[in-house]
Design a protein. Structure first.
Length: 198
């Protein structure tokens, strides 16, 4: 029995010496973990800022430059002399109407409604150059501009039209579409006289 107690006492100091080595914490890898996550954190923080900067300082100035045209380029064709109106008046109303074009009773199905909801609208397009004969320019390519109008209007969803400022966004889309089709800034504004969602 004495041999067993001596063996236990001899083993106990060895266990006690080994125990502190096992409980000593290893150096933490917190610094290396931060280093591995740093690129992801930077991408999350810097991506929106970089996107904003590119949009604000690169894309937007290019769009503005492309849409803005000098007034001389807008008056390529001289305006037609004022003709007598169809009702026999002096033609001043006819000249006034030459700077505008009216789309009457345009009806389109709204996107995402399976044909159950539609938009009916009437609006007037005004010329950027007051001397331009916008009516003649639209009449020359009426099928093209009707198709462009239908494409813009039918791409709208019901939720698009229910948002605040939806008509202003739609005005901008139509104006940009017409100017892009002309290849220069011809259209100044769109004014709605009828706008019904059913």
């Amino acid at each position: 029995m004495a041999a067993k107690t001596e063996a236990k006492e001899a083993a106990a100091p060895a266990d006690k010496a080994a125990a502190p080595a096992e409980t000593t914490p290893a150096p933490s890898g917190g610094g290396s973990m931060l280093k591995s996550w740093l690129p992801a954190i930077l991408a999350i923080v810097l991506a929106p800022a970089a996107s904003f900067a590119v949009g604000e300082f690169v894309v937007l100035p290019r769009l503005q430059k492309k849409l803005a045209a000098p007034p001389a380029a807008l008056t390529e064709a001289p305006a037609a002399p004022a003709e007598k109106a169809k009702d026999g008046k002096d033609g001043k109303e006819g000249a006034k109407d030459a700077g505008t074009y009216e789309f009457n009773n345009i009806v389109v199905n709204l996107a995402g409604t399976m044909g159950t909801r539609y938009l009916k609208t009437t609006f007037v397009v005004t010329a950027a150059d007051k001397g331009a004969n916008l009516k003649a320019q639209f009449e020359e390519q009426k099928p093209k501009f009707t198709d462009l109008t239908l494409n813009v209007l039918s791409s709208l969803t019901l939720s698009d039209l229910e948002e605040p400022g939806a008509k202003n966004v739609l005005r901008e889309k139509l104006t940009a579409t017409y100017n892009q089709a002309f290849g220069k800034r011809v259209v100044d504004q769109v004014y709605f006289s009828d706008f019904v969602i059913q």
